[in-house]
Design a protein around this ligand. Structure first.
Ligand code: SF4
Length: 353
């Protein structure tokens, strides 16, 4: 069924199909390849540049060549790979001779970018250079005065930075860009999700939603003091995963396996003394198998945990309030964190409920 416009597209793939071999503005007739954008479709950080240049036009990919290499270095400097972010441009086709895109071209192409932002739903947007900053922030202030600041637009943090190409011509801008990317890191880190629950029952209910949001292969690393509610959360997870029967604390067993619609591997590392003991319980193989793993006292062996996991730290704020701090460390866990937090919000769950 043909879709009427970008608003009728259900996801990024449909949007790309909808754009097709676009000639909605004159740039479609002069470019070699349309550059849609690339990266993690669920990225927390989205980078928006201006327009494809010569190399991008030939490759059909954003930010290749020297500016792309610099962008990769800046991302690596804050612990991110290109595959963990999404990169797109204001206009999808190269303006001839790398001229600035005209307002009419930007306006014609803008609905595609807006839809990309909606689908990716990033928590943080970095606007690279003047054009993207002006579009996203709806301002005409210079990039020099905008950079180094963080704005809030439609519930997202927006951090304008210089376009990486600027540092290729003026090397003094490299250190400014590095500062801006460090700020970006801080903004992303600040953007951890939190879920606030009340008593053990409310924590159990949060766990049910976590179990429903989880997929085989997901790893949830739990930490928090004695009585924080780690086991209550896992018991809720078990229910969400379709496990039937009682789920006790695995304190003395170290690992308990619960069959369900999705298998639950429930670890408790409290009694282990050395990381070598993890080998004896097939820790590493189990995490890579077909179930969902919940690890209590995961903070005992932080270096032994998989790279992509959802860290959940439970703080007992007071007797009737627990704050669950979610930190996703990769694309898989980011999807899980977002799915869980969204479900918790949609359920209208509140403190002490
Ligand atoms: S720049 Fe955008 S609107 Fe213009 S032809 Fe390319 S995709 Fe279409």
């Amino acid at each position: 069924m043909a879709v009427a416009g970008p608003a009728g597209c259900a996801d990024l793939e449909e949007l790309r199909d909808h754009i097709g071999d676009c000639h909605r503005c004159p740039l479609g007739s002069t470019c070699t390849r349309l550059v849609f954008g690339s990266g993690d479709p669920h990225a927390r950080l989205m980078l928006i540049g201006e327009a494809p240049g010569k190399n991008e036009d030939l490759a059909g990919e954003p930010f290749v060549g020297a500016a792309g290499k610099l962008l990769d270095e800046l991302l690596a400097g804050i612990g991110l790979r290109r595959s963990e972010v999404f990169i797109a441009n204001m206009v999808k086709c190269r303006p001839p001779g790398n001229r600035d895109p005209e307002l009419s071209e930007i306006e014609t192409c803008a609905p595609f970018l807006s839809r990309q932002i909606e689908f990716i739903d990033p928590a943080v947007i970095a606007t690279l250079g003047r054009f993207a900053s002006h579009f996203v922030l709806r301002t005409t202030e210079s990039i020099t005065s905008l950079r180094g600041k963080v704005f809030e637009v439609d519930g997202r943090r927006v951090a304008p930075v210089f376009h990486p190409a600027a540092a290729l011509y003026d090397t003094s801008k490299r250190s400014v860009l590095e500062d801006d990317f460090r700020l970006l890191r801080e903004v992303i880190d600040r953007d951890e999700e939190t879920i606030t629950t009340g008593d053990a029952l409310a924590t159990h209910r949060a766990g049910v939603l976590l179990g429903r949001a989880a997929h085989p292969g997901d790893v949830i690393a739990l930490s928090g003091g004695l009585g924080a509610g780690k086991t209550a959360l896992v018991q809720g997870m078990a229910e969400g995963l379709g496990v039937v029967g009682h789920v006790p604390s695995p304190t003395f067993n170290i690992l308990l396996v619960h069959p369900g619609d999705t298998r639950l591997y429930h670890f408790d590392l409290y009694r282990l003394e050395r990381p070598e003991e993890l080998v004896d319980i097939d820790f590493y193989e189990t995490l890579e198998s077909d179930g969902v793993s919940a690890i209590e006292w995961a903070d005992r062996f932080p270096t032994e945990l998989p790279a992509d996991r959802l860290d959940v730290v439970i703080d007992v704020a007071d007797e009737s309030r627990r704050v669950l701090r979610l930190k996703a460390t990769g694309p898989r866990s980011r999807r899980l964190a977002r799915g869980w937090a969204d479900a918790w919000r949609a359920a209208g769950a509140v403190t002490g409920s």
